[in-house]
Write a protein that binds this ligand. Structure first.
Ligand SMILES: Cc1cc2nc3c(=O)[nH]c(=O)nc-3n(C[C@H](O)[C@H](O)[C@H](O)COP(=O)(O)OP(=O)(O)OC[C@H]3O[C@@H](n4cnc5c(N)ncnc54)[C@H](O)[C@@H]3O)c2cc1C
Length: 403
């Protein structure tokens, strides 16, 4: 039986290990921490669950099939989650005024119908420049900016339009219909993946901080960009150096449990455009997204990004004070807190900026040793459904070249 080593037990490492084992490989999975899941995980409190990072996957056919295959019941969003708010003096479902809306419709709709290709971003263009060029200033600030900041955890000034938007122009891209998660949250998914790996005979090594130089044979580096740069330092210094140029963005998720539910804004959540002197990037109104997961109303607040990484240094007390002030500014609410969970993620996600665009371009030009395979959210896209897609493709490639 051919052996493959996988470094990193986050969603990328777990899913690629499963696919490789199913293709007949003997898989050794190394995870440096004491648990599997990486950024994925769910804390249980007496008031309900709190997601540590991701709260759901995009519901593609591939994601649905993974849940079925794992025997994991898919928990789907509630009807109330269809409403989404963007802050503009208060949370609004449509933050543009009628004139701004008409102006963007006149700019975009004809091109969508007759010349979609002209909407494509150019290489080296930021999302801000693309937005101003294609949509105008108000839609960029109040729609594009908050939407992208909700996914990439950073304001759009330096984000790469090409990395982020080009996949949308791919005719073969996976269609999606909402979100899905496990009934007990994302930890359910991690637990089911772990069980499936064990059944498939994957050898899992926890507390194993391993370098690629210690491994014989094919190895999949399924860590963050920073982790991959460190793991490859001795075995592939050129790639290690290149990956070391990828800037990592720090983020924080804070779940607040309240005595009383706020009912003024019932929806998925609220995104906050920049320029309002508010640090928070977005709020998830968890109790209006998934059912049966909590005893009291709760929200998850996301903060951070490369320009606001100092927020991670705030003490719990300072952070809760800041959030109470911002909650009053955004939702006009002052409710009693009964519980909270804070997750500070230092160097959590790759910064999808123009530097990453350059690194990806350079990576495609250099010769990567035949037995090294790179996997992770700095290559596939940040979302879990994209990581899953890459796990499938990568395992097929490894089966073709090393099977
Ligand atoms: C606050 C937040 C909210 C998010 N929300 C969503 C969401 O709702 N939906 C969505 O689709 N995505 C979301 N994401 C993004 C998504 O969670 C991540 O992109 C994804 O979990 C990354 O998985 P990964 O396996 O690539 O990396 P990681 O989860 O970072 O896992 C990498 C693993 O590798 C291990 N490792 C590193 N170096 C070594 C080594 N040398 N040896 C052994 N092990 C090593 C690490 O310990 C870690 O466990 C969110 C992210 C954050 C931070």
């Amino acid at each position: 039986m051919k052996k493959v080593t996988v470094i990193g037990g986050g969603f990328a490492g777990l899913t690629v290990s499963l696919r490789l084992a199913q293709k007949g490989f003997q898989v050794e999975l190394h995870e440096k921490s004491s648990r599997l899941g990486g950024l994925l995980g769910t804390d249980c409190t007496e008031y309900g669950i709190a997601e540590r990072a991701a709260n759901a996957l995009i519901r593609t056919e591939r994601a649905e099939n993974l849940f079925k295959e794992l025997g994991l019941e898919a928990s789907l969003p509630l009807e109330s989650s269809k409403k989404r708010f963007i802050f503009r003096s208060k949370p609004k479902t449509m933050p543009l005024n009628p004139l701004e809306l008409l102006s963007v419709a006149l700019r975009v709709v004809p091109r969508m119908i007759f010349a979609k290709k002209t909407l494509k971003p150019q290489a080296g263009e930021t999302l801000l420049t693309w937005g101003h060029r294609q949509l105008g200033k108000a839609p960029t600030r109040f729609l594009l900016g908050p939407a992208m900041q909700g996914i990439y955890g950073n304001e759009i000034t330096d984000l790469s339009a090409s990395l982020i938007l080009s996949p949308l122009f791919n005719k073969n891209r996976e269609r999606y219909k909402g979100l899905l998660t496990g009934p007990g949250g994302m930890q359910d998914l991690v637990d089911h993946l772990e069980e499936a790996l064990k059944k498939a005979g994957v050898q899992i090594h926890l507390n194993s901080n391993i370098s690629a130089k210690d491994i014989q044979g094919p190895v999949v580096i399924a860590t963050s960009a920073k982790g991959a740069s460190e793991a490859l330092q001795e075995r592939a210094p050129q790639i290690s150096q290149l990956l070391g140029r990828i800037e990592m963005s720090s983020l924080m998720s804070v779940t607040l449990f309240f005595k009383k539910a706020q009912t003024a804004f019932e929806g998925f959540g609220c995104l906050i455009p920049r320029g309002f002197d508010i640090k928070t990037l977005g709020i998830l109104m968890n109790s209006y997204i998934f059912r049966d997961r909590d005893k009291v109303y709760n929200e998850t607040w996301i903060l951070g990004g490369v320009k606001e990484s100092d927020l991670l240094k705030l003490s719990d007390e300072e952070l809760l004070k800041l959030l109470a002030e911002e909650r009053f500014k955004i939702l006009g609410q002052k409710d009693t807190l009964v519980e909270y969970r804070i997750n500070r993620w230092d160097h959590a996600l790759p910064y999808y900026d123009l530097k990453l665009e350059e690194v990806q371009a350079e990576l495609s030009q250099i010769v990567i040793p035949k037995d090294i395979f790179l996997h992770g959210n700095y290559l596939s896209g940040i979302g879990l459904s994209k990581i899953l897609e890459r796990s499938d493709r990568l395992s097929e490639e490894i089966a073709r070249t090393h099977g």
